[in-house]
Design a protein around this ligand. Sequence first.
Ligand code: A2H
Length: 262
Amino acid sequence: EGIGPQEYTALKLQVKEWAPEIAEIVKGKIEDDAKVFFVPATLRPETMYGQTNCFVGPKIKYGLFKLKEKEYVIVTKRAAWNMAFQGHFFENGYFPKTQDELPLVLEAPGSAFVGTLINAPLSFHKEGVYILPMESVSASKGTGVVTSVPSDSPDDYATLMDLIKKADYYGIKKEWAEKEIFPLIDTPTYGNLTAPALIKQLKINSPKDVTQLAEAKDLAYTEGFYKGTMIVGEFKGEPVSVAKDKVRQSLYQTGDAFPFAD
Ligand code: A2H
């Protein structure tokens, strides 16, 4: 972190059930027994226990790319291009010369995927979580997919509360967003639900309060990393600064994640 490319943890969230519209589009284009993964890039692998949903930018264009036999990923074309150079396509044996040579099956805007049910590795929500829209997702950062941890990410919490408040406006089912938020990390200043505490303290009312959200994000990150203690998971009782890398390595080992540089 700091200067140079960011080292992200790219997590593999497998599709369990497509939303109806996108199910029709995907039908016949990939094998019936193929695995498809949404691949968010995160800087906080130790918070993956608290995933309640996964965000896409509704207007961002995503591709369904063939990663290897019977395995596909959904990311932006820019991210797929980066992934290709990092050796992730066809077990390191495929280096496209141009973006047009990427093994693209179909493209669709993020809005088409909303309501798709996915499995989020490590999440306490074993029943699965939903793809939901987030206006502030950047198409030119990470993979364009953002997994959501409202207990520890102020951006995620603010967006999720707005989605619940205005479910009809966003065209989503309220239940998709109303997942229990579990405490993951204890901190001396904000207790064990850092993001909700900061949202309240800084009087943030909407995802459009970008200045306060940027401040909340900095405070949450610093407090969590330097003063947080894990209260769940395999590394319960350990400082976040130590557990972060252990959770990341464990996710790499199980094949649920891979390193990704932007
Ligand atoms: B983080 P940096 Cl719990 N657009 O993961 C907008 N945000 C994006 C993104 C994109 N294209 N790609 C990744 N991100 C988010 C967890 C998390 C994150 C927590 C707390 C803080 C936090 C769960 N969401 O990030 O600009 C992802 O959200 C705040 C630093 O590359 C990723 O990590 O430094 C983080 O932003 C990467 O941000």
